[in-house]
Design a protein around this ligand. Structure first.
Ligand SMILES: NC(=O)C1=CN([C@@H]2O[C@H](COP(=O)(O)OP(=O)(O)OC[C@H]3O[C@@H](n4cnc5c(N)ncnc54)[C@H](O)[C@@H]3O)[C@@H](O)[C@H]2O)C=CC1
Ligand SMILES: O=C(O)C1=N[C@H](C(=O)O)C[C@H](O)C1
Length: 250
C-alpha cells in the first residue's frame, strides 16, 4: 500500500483527494493537514507521497518543507513561475534522498491534459491563437494555471515553427484583450455554476479550430492524482516533473 498524506485536506480538492485515497485499493490515507497544522508531522516514517492542494501563496513553502523532510510530493496547487520551479529544483538537489521527486500538474483531468497537448500540435498551423478559461467564482487566481500552461505551450510551438506575433490591430485596451502570456492572449471568466473549463481558439483566414475541455466535477481530477501518486511511489522519477503528459503515452 502507498501511504499518502494530504496537505490542504479540508479544501475542495484536498477533500476529494482524501476520499480518492481512501477508495483506491492500493493507497492508504496517512496524515491529513490543513492551515495551521505543522508539516513536520509528515515524514518518510509515515508517508510515501504527500499530495499538496492549497493556495498559490503558500504552496512553494510547503513543498520546500516536505522536500527537506525527505518526502516525495504531488502538487496540484497553481501559481508556479519559472523562479519558483527553480527553487524546487535547488531543494531537490540538496534533499535527504537522492531519488526524491516532486511532481506538479497544472491540471489532473485527462480532458484538460489532452486539450493542452492538442493545442501544442495545432499551434503551428494557425495565424491566430487565444485561450479562454472559465471557472467557478470561488477560484482565487486568474488566469488559471492550466490556461497559463496552455498559452506557454502554444507560444513555444509557434516559436519553434518560426511564426511571428498573432495579428492584432488593437490600439486602445482597457483590459478587454486579457492577459498576454508569452504573446498569447488569455481571458478568464468567473461564473456561478461552472467548475473548470478551457477553450482554445485557433484562426486562419476563413477557418477556425476550437479545442474545448470541460471538467464538470472535481472527481475528474482524481484518476490523474492517483496516477501521479503511483508513479512517484514506484520510483524512477527523481527530480522535478511538470505536467501529467509525462505520465501518459501521448
Ligand atoms: N491541478 C489540478 O488539476 C487542479 C488544481 N487546482 C488548484 O488547487 C488549489 C486548491 O484549490 P481548491 O481546493 O479549490 O481551494 P480551497 O480554497 O478549497 O482549498 C485550499 C485549502 O488549503 C488550505 N490551506 C491554506 N493554507 C494552507 C497551509 N499553509 N497549509 C495547509 N493547508 C493550507 C485551506 O485551508 C483550504 O482548506 C488551487 O490553486 C487550484 O487552482 C484545483 C483543481 C484542480
Ligand atoms: O481552481 C480550480 O478550480 C482549478 N484550478 C486549476 C487551474 O488553475 O488551472 C485546474 C483546474 O482548472 C481547476
Amino acid at each position: 500500500m502507498v501511504r499518502v498524506s494530504v496537505v490542504g485536506a479540508k479544501g475542495r480538492m484536498g477533500s476529494h483527494v482524501v476520499d480518492a485515497v481512501k477508495g483506491a485499493p492500493d493507497t492508504e490515507l496517512a496524515l491529513t493537514l490543513d492551515a495551521g497544522d505543522d508539516l513536520a508531522a509528515i515524514t518518510p516514517d509515515n508517508t510515501d507521497v504527500a499530495v499538496e492542494f492549497t493556495v498559490p501563496s503558500v504552496s512553494l513553502g510547503n513543498v520546500l518543507v516536505l522536500v527537506a523532510q525527505g518526502v516525495d510530493v504531488v502538487v496540484g496547487t497553481t501559481g508556479w513561475t519559472a523562479e519558483k520551479l527553480d527553487k524546487v529544483r535547488e531543494a531537490l538537489a540538496a534533499a535527504p534522498r537522492k531519488d526524491q521527486a516532486v511532481f506538479i500538474a497544472p491540471n489532473f483531468a485527462i480532458s484538460a491534459v489532452l486539450a493542452d497537448h492538442f493545442a501544442t500540435v495545432a499551434a503551428r498551423y494557425f495565424e491566430s491563437a487565444e485561450v479562454i478559461e472559465l471557472h467557478h467564482p470561488t477560484k482565487v487566481d486568474a488566469p488559471s494555471g492550466t490556461a497559463f500552461h496552455t498559452a506557454q505551450g502554444i507560444a513555444a510551438a509557434r516559436k519553434a515553427a518560426g511564426l511571428g506575433p498573432v495579428p492584432d490591430a488593437t490600439e486602445t485596451d482597457g483590459g478587454s484583450r486579457g492577459q498576454v502570456v508569452d504573446g498569447i492572449h488569455v481571458h478568464a471568466v468567473r461564473l456561478r455554476g461552472l467548475n473548470a473549463h478551457e477553450e482554445i481558439l485557433f484562426g486562419n483566414a476563413g477557418e477556425q479550430l476550437t479545442i474545448r475541455a470541460d471538467s464538470f466535477d472535481r472527481t475528474s481530477f482524481m484518476p490523474g492524482v492517483l496516477l501521479a501518486v503511483r508513479k512517484l511511489a514506484e520510483g524512477g522519477h527523481a527530480g522535478l516533473t511538470v505536467g501529467l503528459d509525462h505520465f501518459l503515452d501521448l
